[in-house]
Design a protein around this ligand. Structure first.
Ligand code: DAH
Length: 342
């Protein structure tokens, strides 16, 4: 059994114990895990299938799981006992209680706010767009026609007819261009944080719901260098000094040229580690110069105006900022995980 499954089972048992309403219910949960024919022993029996060099760490992981469960059991048992003492009048209720836990911001929210702050300090405005979109804004207006293979990469949740859950925040680019006042000196500088949806199987780096931040700047004489400079400044502000930006060509139908932006791995600072697959770089966003078709379709003449756009995955960046191994944890609402972020 993989250690992930083991941790999953432990988490499940801990939360069942938390939910147990009395001692009897608690003992049943404990027994399901720890008794002779409980799941811990079942896992332990699979040790014979574990390669000999991995046995030691397997055994340790199982022992740790046992300790965690036993400790949680004792604590929960104790809490029932003290409840009983109150009933019997043994407990002095005038004693000061433990301080109540204050809520705090979710790590993704913290990263998202920081990203917005940085772009706002560069003159960008934060705008919002709908999560329930139509195919026109999500695809067609972004130069992704119905038969375009790029639609396949984004397994879409369909609601009804051409109404979908947006697969990225890029449709906000279109909505912003639609809504902007046409003048001679049109200038757009917006970012748009928000939730996006794809039919992905959850794993360490994918969840069917995730967040992106989209950016769009359009004006006269906006060049690729403006984009490179903006993104470089962002990366340094966000991850700290010594972080460089690497731009490589990539394809997205709504930009030309399109690129993929990577930063010096913020964990090993470029030396090479498992997070950056020993390359020293981690990809954080797609970007590029807004495709002339996209501008022209919105009545912004591409011979007079140019712009750049970018879109980044927030969970991925948050994972790197706080060194979180598994992006599913962001969605599980496990208080022991969330408590670690001040
Ligand atoms: N929307 C793209 C995606 O979700 C990311 C992206 C790439 C956004 C390039 C952009 C861009 O604005 O210019 O995969």
């Amino acid at each position: 059994m993989a250690s992930n499954d083991l941790q999953g089972k432990v988490r499940e048992t801990l939360s069942e114990m938390e939910y147990a309403q009395d001692e009897a219910a608690l003992r049943i949960v404990f027994g399901k895990a720890m008794s002779g024919n409980g799941w811990i022993n079942a896992i332990l029996k699979t040790i014979k299938d574990v390669p000999s060099e991995a046995r030691k760490s397997f055994g340790q992981a199982v022992n740790e799981a046992k300790n965690t469960i036993s400790n949680a059991f004792e604590r929960r048992l104790e809490s029932f006992k003290s409840a009983l003492e109150v009933e019997k009048g043994f407990l002095d209720l005038t004693l000061e209680s433990a301080p109540a836990l204050a809520g705090r911001l979710h790590p993704t929210t913290q990263a998202l706010r920081r990203i917005c702050e940085i772009f706002v300090s560069m003159g960008f405005e934060v705008v919002d767009g709908p999560e329930i979109e139509d195919e026109h804004h999500n695809f067609d207006a972004l130069n992704i026609p119905a038969d375009h293979p790029a639609r396949d990469n984004m397994d879409t949740f369909f609601i009804q007819g051409d109404i979908i859950l947006r697969t990225h925040t890029s449709p906000v680019q279109v909505r912003t261009m639609e809504g902007i006042a046409r003048g001679d000196d049109l200038l757009i500088r917006v970012i748009s944080p928000g939730v996006t949806y794809r039919r992905d199987r959850p794993d360490r780096t994918h969840t069917p719901v995730f967040s992106q931040v989209e950016g769009l700047m359009v004006g006269k004489g906006i060049t690729f260098s403006h984009m490179a400079g903006t993104l470089q400044s962002f990366a340094r502000e966000f991850f700290g000094e010594g972080i460089n930006l690497r731009l490589r060509p990539d394809f997205f139908p709504f930009v030309e040229p399109g690129g993929e932006a990577a930063v010096t791995c913020p964990i090993c600072r470029g030396k090479g580690c498992p997070t950056c697959k020993r390359s020293g770089w981690v990809e954080i966003m797609g970007c590029g110069m807004v495709h002339p078709n996209v501008l022209d379709k919105q009545g912004i003449p591409s011979d007079r105006y140019q712009g750049f756009a970018f879109g980044m995955g927030v969970e991925r960046i948050t994972q790197m900022l706080f060194q979180v191994e598994d992006s599913r944890w962001f969605f599980e609402n496990d208080i022991r995980f969330l408590r670690q972020f001040h």
